[in-house]
Design a protein around this ligand. Structure first.
Ligand code: M5T
Length: 595
């Protein structure tokens, strides 16, 4: 349940928590916020004496943590976040700032200082709002802090050491955890309890509400720091009419009774309207808008209309829609591609998603148009909708219909494979293997990446005859051709080629359990001791059981995915050991297990 409507408004934003603290993660999880965790690499080494107050130090540290992540995500992965949240918790007593103890003696020094006295816990929080200006990252920073006063009982030496030996103090500011065993040391708390635990949730929600749902002019206002241009953080209200204060509104009816109105359901409205954005993107791709604007071209709506053979009025509307979605930039002379569009939407871009987008527009869109019929009638329609056709197709490609349809499907799969192939190839050191076999390797995208990363590796792509026949049109020119070979066969019916490393990457998470088990038994049988299996699939978060990659899979019959432990159990049951997982940060993570 989401108590603050502003949390719902963030549902379509890429929110990132720049912290390794499990407590912060849990607090924000419980608030219903959807976010990724990218721990900051900022070293907490600022000169404390250069800050006028302890909280100024905490705020600056929080800011540096968040900025480091914002810049890293932008420059390294091209995954610019919308909001990055950083926090830093410190304990202060008699002008001294206590952070996490470095060892047990340090914990002892801290806790004996706190014994029998009141101290302050400050958490500095920074919300960094990120946007792109061309290739540059632009950031706007909002910061605040919260203070809570905590009084400790007198602690005996025995109690102190017993607590230190519990191990709890080591990763916590001031050397204690109020939420766990450390709660027994505390006599009194004045202020926000969660602030002591590591994150002042109440203050944070209020700050976000000020940004996204500012109060109406006549509503009660606490003194709000000027947010200036951060005001644009508010979602575009174009689709939903007038901005609402975001909280329940009370109105006096004619009979004098007070009626209350529920808060505006932002998240729900976004869902209701979401299909419009998809269709604008799919249509612009189909009409080749991003191709006519590639290579930095700037064109007016009339010029684009002439090139794509469409009406000027209609093209203007479409271009405006794309600009609103962040796919095009408006400038005085007209429109141009954003970086996102240049990298992923122009047909000849290295990472173009055109094939996948065409598949969605021609195939998936139609299927979902008939969702109601599919749900009423079940059967084949629902199988197609739920993504089950994937497994059927690769057991029998005839099921997909025409060769053109199979090609479209392969283009889509190829585009998605390009997104993760490089990270998968580098997830582990595979240099000990001389041969690899990618079962159901489709167009060979991962095989070529592996060959590129390991010059001594011979990779066989094993897939259905029809797929192998069509695969050559996807082969990258001049790339490691001698290292990659294609072999036609059926992974379910035929014997598997010998290899030191087997790879399964086509949606193992979407196969029903029995099919996957069957496949793993087969691999396990042929895989020699010391050889290995590499699975590429999304690894679910242990706590939240979600992953970014799960979002488009929502309607799949087998959207479950597996946690690290889930993979471990599964692979051990098939005679594999030393199961290792690398989260790539992309669509597919990598799991390696040795036979
Ligand atoms: C007083 C107190 C602190 N903490 C934890 O202490 C760490 C502070 O360190 P930090 O530097 O602010 O954070 P971190 O853990 O190093 O993570 P990061 O944000 O990546 O720097 C955070 O974990 C907090 O929960 C508790 O769990 N309970 C308490 O009662």
């Amino acid at each position: 349940m989401v108590l603050y409507p502003v949390i719902g408004k963030l549902v379509h934003k890429r929110v990132v928590l720049a912290s390794a603290s499990p407590r912060r993660r849990e607090i924000l999880n419980q608030a219903g916020l959807r976010f990724e965790v990218v721990p900051s690499r900022f070293k907490e080494k600022l000169d404390k004496s250069s800050f006028p107050t302890p909280y100024a130090y905490a705020i600056e540290t929080a800011k540096q943590k968040a900025l480091e992540v914002a810049h890293r995500m932008h420059s390294k992965d091209s995954r610019t976040a919308d909001l990055v949240i950083g926090a830093d918790t410190i304990v202060t007593i008699a002008g001294l700032i206590l952070e996490k103890p470095v060892d047990k003696q340090d914990a002892y020094r801290m806790l004996s200082r706190l014994s029998g006295k009141e101290h302050s816990v400050f958490t500095g929080v920074t919300i960094v709002h990120c946007s792109r200006a061309g290739r540059q990252l632009q950031t706007e920073v909002l910061e605040f802090y919260e203070e809570t006063r905590v009084t400790f009982s007198e602690l005996s030496e025995e109690m102190l050491w017993a607590y230190i030996h519990s191990g709890e103090p080591m990763d916590k500011a001031g050397g204690y955890g109020i939420q766990a065993l450390g709660g027994m040391l505390v006599e009194h708390v004045r202020g926000d309890f969660l602030n002591v635990v590591g994150f002042p949730l109440n203050h944070f929600c209020k700050k976000l509400s000020q940004l996204y749902c500012p109060p109406t002019p006549d509503a009660h206002q606490e003194s709000i720091p000027a947010v200036g241009s951060v005001e644009k953080l508010r979602d575009p209200e174009t689709l939903t009419g007038q901005a609402n204060a975001g909280e329940g509104v009370q109105q006096t009816a004619c009979n004098g009774t007070v009626e209350s109105q529920p808060p505006c359901p932002w998240g729900l409205l976004d869902l209701i309207h979401g299909f419009k954005g998809s269709k604008v993107l799919l249509t612009a791709c189909k009409l080749k808008v991003f191709d006519v604007l590639k290579d930095g071209a700037v064109l007016s709506a009339a010029d684009v209309a002439a090139k794509i053979d469409a009406s000027v009025h209609g093209t203007e509307w479409l271009l405006e829609g794309c600009a609103e979605l962040g796919l095009l930039l408006r400038c005085a002379q007209g429109y141009r591609n954003t970086e996102l569009a240049s990298v992923f939407l122009a047909s000849d871009a290295e990472y173009s998603l055109q094939g996948f987008i065409t598949l969605c527009n021609n195939h998936t869109w139609d299927l979902f148009t008939h969702l109601e019929t599919a749900v009423r009638e079940g059967g084949d329609q629902l199988r197609l909708l739920s993504g089950r056709q994937t497994e059927d197709l690769f057991k029998d490609p005839v099921l997909i219909g025409s060769e053109e349809m199979l090609l479209q499907w392969m283009r889509g799969a190829h585009d998605l494979a390009k997104l993760s192939a490089q990270a998968l190839a580098k997830a582990f050191d595979l240099s000990r293997f001389k041969s690899a076999c990618h079962l159901g390797g489709c167009t060979g995208t991962l095989a070529y990446r592996l060959a590129q990363a390991y010059p001594h590796l011979q990779v066989t792509v094993f897939d259905l005859p029809k797929v192998i026949e069509l695969a050559p049109s996807f082969h990258p020119c001049g790339w490691q051709a001698a290292q990659v070979s294609f072999l036609a066969g059926d992974i379910f019916q035929d014997g598997l080629p010998e290899a030191e490393l087997y790879i399964l990457s086509r949606d193992p998470y979407s196969w029903p359990d029995d099919v996957l088990q069957q496949l793993l038994s087969k691999v396990s049988e042929i895989c020699k001791p010391g050889c290995a299996l590499l699975i590429a699939g999304p690894v679910l978060d242990e706590e939240r059981q979600t992953t970014r990659a799960q979002i488009p899979m929502l309607l799949r019959a087998h959207s479950g995915g597996r946690t690290t432990q889930g993979y471990e159990r599964l692979l051990r049951a098939h005679g594999f050991h030393d199961v290792r997982v690398v989260r790539t940060g992309g669509l597919l993570d990598a799991v390696l297990a040795t036979r």
